[in-house]
Ligand binder design. Structure first.
Ligand SMILES: *Cc1c(COP(=O)(O)O)cnc(C)c1O
Length: 413
């Protein structure tokens, strides 16, 4: 049987977009900062933009800017990307884990209220999977207690809350343009801050070396090309199948090299390790932003179609991605009894699926000093799986994904 192999996520870059990178390997005359600022205009009108090498650099820069006392507490959603929590710990802050809402997987304002204490200085919300968090309730809480609010918008370009792009309610917000994100410029990130604060943002560490900068972005460009559906289908997928048979250990090593890791207890952030924000990134982003509405409309249509199909399967519980606004549908997460088993079934049939992409950080060994019981986040770790939802999918691809999920649950265990 011939099947169309579908990567789990895919870039929305078009061939002509790559010319922004390939056509201008030499740094342009304009500074990267100015280019980044021009991209901002239509997207984050109420914020000043600081271009950063990655999304995590944006959080780091914000933490340097606000300079909290060591031991100050920052409330974070337990269901999270471990890197974010690591950065807080590395700055000498105490992460205080709060549980997430079952339907959105975003920080639950009631859980925030329950863990607020005299040493709380900041609340960090994550618009996880592009679902808007309850910014209205959380901002009100922060205002009552004089707390800083930071928004992790790594998944949330195009996500709206009260009709506006998220990232403009908090005192600071990060955006990421890594290879797996909705807008991909082979790396790069942005810190969004209120205009009054922007002048004080500390400078980001300069490029380690020009050679390093070039190889770094070339690696990411290679990953991006490999994950475009046609290339993936013709090369990566068959090669991975062969390697899986003849050298499974090698296949794992190659995958670990390219894929962003989901948990690494030894991870430490080092600001100088990544090259700086480069001019081509702003040009790549601008081209994708010009198509953002069509991109999101297609993702939302695909997700609506798959949700309708999955509604017949009692084991699949839908989330409420629009509870507090309008999600960008950049990720399509569903709740099932065993995410790992379903993902293995789909992958064996050529459908990329992502289990355990985010974890209950309150239960990770490296954060055991900050342990907390967060049952919703804990269950989500093993029960949430991400299905493909990128615009290169056809309606037939979407129907096939639904049919394979249905087949998995119809088969005897
Ligand atoms: C990718 C990601 C980030 C950080 O992005 P980088 O550019 O890789 O530093 C932050 N938070 C979440 C939830 C992410 O998925």
């Amino acid at each position: 049987m011939v099947t169309r192999a579908l990567p789990k996520s895919s870039t929305c870059l078009r061939p002509a977009d790559y010319l922004s990178y390939l056509g201008a390997p030499v740094p342009p005359a304009e500074t990267a900062q100015a280019a980044a600022a021009r991209v901002r205009g239509p997207v984050l009108p109420r914020r000043q933009i600081v271009a950063t090498p990655t999304g995590r650099h944006a959080l780091w820069a914000f933490l340097e800017l606000v300079d909290l006392q060591p031991g100050a507490e920052v409330i974070v959603p337990a269901y999270n990307f471990y890197v974010i929590v690591r950065l807080l710990v590395q700055r000498g802050l105490r992460p205080v884990f709060a549980d997430v809402e079952p339907d959105t997987l975003c920080l639950d304002p009631r859980a925030v209220a329950a863990v607020l204490g005299p040493r709380t200085r900041m609340v960090l919300v994550t618009h996880i999977y592009g679902h808007p968090a309850d910014l209205t309730a959380i901002r009100a809480l922060c205002d009552r207690r004089g707390l800083l609010l930071f928004e992790d918008c790594a998944h949330a370009v195009g996500t709206r809350c009260a009709g506006e792009q998220v990232g403009q309610t908090g005192d600071g917000a990060l955006f990421s343009f890594g290879v797996e994100k909705l807008i991909n410029s082979f790396g790069g990130g942005l810190l969004a801050v209120a205009p009054a604060r922007a002048a004080a943002v500390p400078a980001i560490a300069p490029d380690p070396s020009r050679w390093h900068a070039v190889t770094d972005s070339l690696t990411r460009l290679g990953y991006t090309v490999a994950m475009s559906p046609a290339v993936y289908r013709a090369t990566v997928h068959p090669a991975a199948r062969v390697l899986g048979v003849v050298a499974p250990g090698l296949r794992r090593r190659i995958r670990d090299f390219f894929e962003p890791s989901k948990d690494d207890p030894a991870y430490r952030f080092s600001p100088a390790e990544r090259p700086g924000y480069r001019g081509f990134m702003a040009r790549l982003q601008a081209r994708q932003l010009a198509r953002l509405d069509a991109n999101l409309a297609r993702r939302r249509a695909l997700v609506a179609r798959m949700r309708a199909g999955l509604a017949r399967i009692p084991e699949v519980a839908p989330l409420d991605m629009d509870r507090h606004g309008r999600a960008n549908a950049s990720y399509f997460a569903v709740r099932v009894p065993d995410a790992t088993r379903l993902a293995a079934h789909l992958v064996a049939r050529g459908i990329g699926a992502h289990p355990r992409e985010f974890l209950d950080c309150a239960a990770l060994v490296q954060f055991e000093d900050f342990q907390a019981a967060c049952p919703v986040a804990h269950a989500a770790t093993s029960r949430i799986v991400r299905l493909p939802s990128y615009p290169a999918l056809t309606d037939e691809d979407a129907d096939r994904i639904v049919a394979e999920v249905a087949r998995f649950f119809a088969e005897p265990a």
